[in-house]
Design a protein around this ligand. Structure first.
Ligand code: ADP
Ligand code: MG
Length: 742
């Protein structure tokens, strides 16, 4: 009997028409941020002094006093009511994926038998979600299940449907962070402090340095009906089986191609919704793989950008369903074609408008530029293993190391011009770099960098951390990940490098001051000599991280190992880098995370890893046993009946000849189903062994080493069966259907 379900869902998917999306009557610039309690709304809804204090809280990290919080809450409430809001929620980013929220209504008893609607500063500022089931790695045992959420006033509240959403940090009763936001805010503060001090060598006016993040979100869309007919997609986010489609991305006809209508309607609605929520969506296009797309907003301050990415991912899922799609954020939903990443474009900038990773016009500006480039490289070099750990996950592991995405070795591409600049600073002797000019004082011989660099076309797609003209692009981040993880590690690593740079420069300045050879000219010379000397040390030291070649090549793997870079590929082992002395020292000294927090977080990482592989193993086992083997066997019986009838109809010798092809297939099915069955049994047995291990770290390693590798063996057999079993019997929508339906 033909497989009705598959043909039914495929037929329906083909028939679907694009949804009509009505654009708002206003222009995007007018409805941008309409649903956000942003500065403009604060100005309108708050008293002048309250507004001023709020600005001080947002811009300078001033303390939020209770009476101000009350006044802000009242203004917020008024705005929210005017927009039909009835509920509010503290929105936070637990260590699981995604975000969490618990909604409460504004309603309170009025003490006279009726109800009033109330929202106080207390409710705005702090809540106690009953959060005993969020992972905490043992910090907060369930019997003292208190976790607090506290408002992050630097990320504005917004409205979704009838709910006022308040971005918060999530911390335990004893003060440890249980989320991504709390350590991110601390890392951003650390990099602000360290970078501001370094800026003072060049410009004493700088008051603040901001970390910027512009993420590019890749994703797949798949028709909802087809998705529902694939238990593996539904339960694990990826296909655990499926033979390559005869046509996939080899024609490069999808990349930047015209956007299919049903998808365009989805994108349009997603963008309108996102813009209203203050997410500055800018770019949309098809990606390399069929049914793969990208959305990128304009970069923002990192904490806000992270919140916006979390929000966008959840909006994406919601809007996709409205359009009869499912958005797949998994890094590798389909084997054999490109996976999805989330490029994190990152830079630092000052409150007086200078992009510290962009080349300037004068030698002084370029010395500052070189300083920030080199110290970024120092941070990335020293903590390359940790940075890899920060982007690693069970799902992203499929992407890293495969020849399509950044390799599992962190290195940095600088391009020709920037490499030349660093080489020049490193190699030129002092008299080359400094030319004395009686009147004007010292002149720095830092070569000019052409503006051209900004549009650096000399791009290297294989580099996990590439300089792209005025920023670095951290490309190894997974599409599903919370960018905060990568941003905590990167900003901390750079903060540490900058602080260390400052310490060494200050020391050299005091050594050089007063010495005749440095004291001539403008009086700046001791300082600049000190900066250049330290930069030269660092340019030499961080050289192993610089690599402009092909990151996918085998030679690079060998070369990287020789250079002492981290080349580990096992996900649970990579997580160990968080507990290296150098990592703990860095995080503790910057006040970003304590050893206890790091240990607890690693427990969560290992546990999550195990659970993901465990679920995949179960789904693969179930599908093998109750979808694939029965269907293959039933086809085999059909063939056997045919063989028997041939024997009844023809003389033996002739029948054997005519049966040859069927016999071959019958045998192949018998062998392949037998292998599948044995392997599934082995898989179950291996799981039983691994499950007995108490230690989360060791258990994750067992899952990685003994269970995950079996998936491919089983899959190979299933994918071969897909090729020989009658198409009309095959139960699961095939790649060609999942990937080419609009
Ligand atoms: P690509 O060519 O890699 O697609 P885009 O020009 O689309 O690059 O930009 C990607 C992202 O980088 C956008 O979010 C953009 O706003 C952001 N971006 C641009 N300049 C910077 C910068 N100096 N710092 C951080 N992000 C930036
Ligand atoms: Mg990019």
């Amino acid at each position: 009997m033909a497989n009705e379900l598959r043909f039914q869902v495929v037929g329906e998917a083909f028939k679907k028409k694009p949804l009509e999306v009505k654009a708002p009557s206003e222009r995007p610039s007018e409805y941008f941020g309409k649903k956000v309690f942003n500065r403009e709304k604060m100005y309108k809804y708050l008293a002048k002094d309250v507004y001023q204090k709020m600005m001080d809280v947002m811009d300078n990290g001033a303390r939020l006093e209770r009476d101000i919080a009350n006044a802000v809450a009242a203004g917020m409430m008024q705005w929210a009511k005017e927009n039909g809001v009835t509920h509010y929620t503290h929105w936070f980013q637990p260590l699981t994926e995604g975000t969490a929220e618990k909604h409460d209504s504004f309603i309170e008893h009025d003490g006279k038998g009726g109800m009033i609607e109330e929202f106080s500063g207390k409710l705005l500022v702090q809540q106690e979600p009953d959060a005993s089931s969020f992972p905490s790695g043992g910090i907060r045992s369930t019997f003292e299940a208190r976790g607090y959420s506290a408002w992050d006033p630097t990320s504005p509240v917004f409205i979704i449907d009838d709910t006022l959403i308040i971005p918060t940090v999530f911390i335990s009763y004893s003060g440890e962070s249980l989320d991504y936001k709390a350590p991110l805010l601390r890392a951003l503060k650390a990099v602000n402090v360290a970078a501001t001090e370094v800026c003072h060598y060049f410009d004493p006016e700088v008051k603040k340095v901001t970390s910027n993040l512009g993420w590019e979100q890749e994703y797949f869309l798949v028709d909802e009906g087809l998705y529902a007919a694939r238990p593996d997609l539904l339960l694990t986010g990826r296909t655990l089986m499926g033979h390559d489609s005869a046509k996939n991305q080899q024609m490069d006809d999808h990349y930047f191609g015209s956007i299919p209508e049903r998808v365009a309607a989805f994108m349009k609605e997603l963008e309108i919704t996102a813009l209203e929520l203050g997410i500055p969506c800018k770019t949309r296009h098809n990606e390399v793989a069929p049914n793969q797309f990208e959305l990128a907003p304009i970069f923002e301050e990192t904490n806000l950008a992270v919140d916006h990415n979390m929000l966008l991912m959840s909006l994406m899922k919601k809007v996709a369903r409205k359009h009869g799609f499912r958005a797949l954020l998994h890094e590798k939903p389909f084997a054999g074609i490109n996976g999805s990443g989330k490029h994190n474009n990152w830079s630092l900038s000052t409150d007086n408008g200078i992009l510290l990773h962009a080349p300037g016009k004068t030698p002084e500006q370029n010395l500052r530029f070189a300083t920030f480039i080199v110290e970024t490289l120092m941070g990335v070099y020293k903590h390359n293993g940790l940075l890899k750990a920060s982007i690693m996950s069970a799902t992203n592991a499929h992407r890293l190391g495969a020849n399509e995405a950044p390799p599992a070795i962190i290195s940095s591409f600088l391009g020709k011009q920037l490499s030349e600049l660093l080489d020049h600073i490193e190699k030129a002797d002092k008299t080359d770099l400094f030319t004395m000019d009686g009147k004007q004082g010292m002149k720095l011989d830092i070569p000019e960098i052409p503006e051209l660099l900004i549009d650096n076309t000399d791009r290297n797609r294989t580099s996990p951390f590439a300089f792209t003209g005025n920023r670095f692009e951290f490309r190894a981040v997974g599409s599903e990940a919370n960018c905060a993880s990568a941003m905590i590690a990167l900003n901390s690593a750079v903060a540490e490098a900058l602080a260390d740079f400052k310490k060494r420069v200050d020391q050299k300045i005091s050594e050089y001051s007063g010495k005749a050879e440095f004291s001539e000219g403008s009086g700046h010379s001791a300082k600049y000599h000190a900066i250049i000397d330290v930069l030269r040390e660092d340019i030499k030291a961080c050289k192993p991280i610089r690599f402009d070649g092909n990151g996918y090549s085998e030679e690079w793997k060998a070369e990287a190992a020789k250079r002492g870079l981290d080349t580990e590929t096992s996900c649970p082992v990579i997580f160990e880098r968080y507990l290296d002395d150098a990592s703990i020292r860095m995080f503790e000294s910057l006040g970003v995370m304590t050893r206890k927090e790091l240990e607890a977080r690693n427990e969560v990482k290992w546990e999550t890893y195990t659970k993901k592989i465990q679920i995949e193993a179960r789904v693969l086992g179930d599908l093998s046993m109750n979808h694939i083997i029965p269907v293959a066997t039933s086809y085999q019986s059909q063939l056997l009946r045919n063989v028997e009838r041939m024997r009844n109809s023809f003389p033996a010798e002739k029948a054997d000849k005519l049966n040859a092809r069927n016999m071959k297939i019958i045998e192949e099915i018998a062998e392949r189903t037998a292998t599948i069955e044995t392997k599934v049994e082995e898989l179950v047995a291996a799981r039983k062994v691994a499950n007995k291990i108490d230690d989360e770290h060791q258990k994750a390693i067992a899952y990685h080493d003994t269970i995950a590798p079996m998936f491919d063996t089983i899959r190979r057999q299933i994918d071969k069966l897909e090729l020989i079993v009658d198409d009309s019997l095959w139960p699961l929508p095939k790649y060609r259907e999942l990937l080419f339906i609009r």
